[in-house]
Design a protein around this ligand. Sequence first.
Ligand SMILES: Nc1ncnc2c1ncn2[C@@H]1O[C@H](COP(=O)(O)OP(=O)(O)O)[C@@H](O)[C@H]1O
Ligand SMILES: [Mg+2]
Length: 250
Amino acid sequence: MVERVKTGIPGMDVILNGGIPKRNVVLLSGGPGTGKTIFGQQFIYYGLRHGEPGMYVALEEHPVQLRINMSQFGWDVRKYEEQGLFAMVDAFTSGRGEAAKREKYVIQDTEDLGELISIIRQAINDIGAQRAVVDSVSTLYLTKPSVARNIVMQLKRVLSGLGVTSILVSQVSVSERGFGGPGVEHAADGIIRLDLDEIDGELKRSLIVWKMRGTAHSMRRHPFEITSKGIEVFPDKVLRIGRRFTVEEI
Ligand SMILES: Nc1ncnc2c1ncn2[C@@H]1O[C@H](COP(=O)(O)OP(=O)(O)O)[C@@H](O)[C@H]1O
Ligand SMILES: [Mg+2]
């Protein structure tokens, strides 16, 4: 029996036959505004509420802004940080600015993979993290795609090696069909793709589990919504993207 980690995102664990197999490193891929950051935050916060410490590596937004954004969904991480159950790794400010001085885990140079890995390892050990989100891993190799696989493999070794179940956010451009490059896609244990498509003058959200080592999963494209409570996935609905887009009960 595979041990599973529930995402806690309504509907998502049904699609995953119970959750993400423990220790899997999952690439969460999608274009801008598709909900990757919110998905990652919801995954972390569900863990915190259920006694599983979590780490969030912030590469794209200011840690202070991330905490504010989370609190708008009712996900207040501050009390978990104070209890040593949540770690925000600041890989955004390089230690510059007043706010950065209050951060406990700061990466000075994100080009220095050794520093990044060592601070991630320290944070995981400090809090006993069982969940991790790196948002986004693409930031680490945007200018040097040839090293992408190596970076992801090194992250995977430390995260999976320490027993952590992780989500690596991967940015793709609006029209791109892939998930973030061949090296990265093959290294990941799982791939969840979030999409935003314009249908009859309206943007519709959907997601598909492309790959998930260690489990069977839905092979369908499911619609989802983002509301003030976060993401809700509809496992009983499928979004067909053909000549016409249709949403059908299944
Ligand atoms: N309270 C909310 N209610 C509904 N939708 C929201 C809310 N907050 C954010 N969103 C939607 O989420 C999108 C941002 O999601 P985010 O996870 O930051 O995207 P990504 O990280 O993939 O770029 C916004 O563009 C908006 O459409
Ligand atoms: Mg984001």
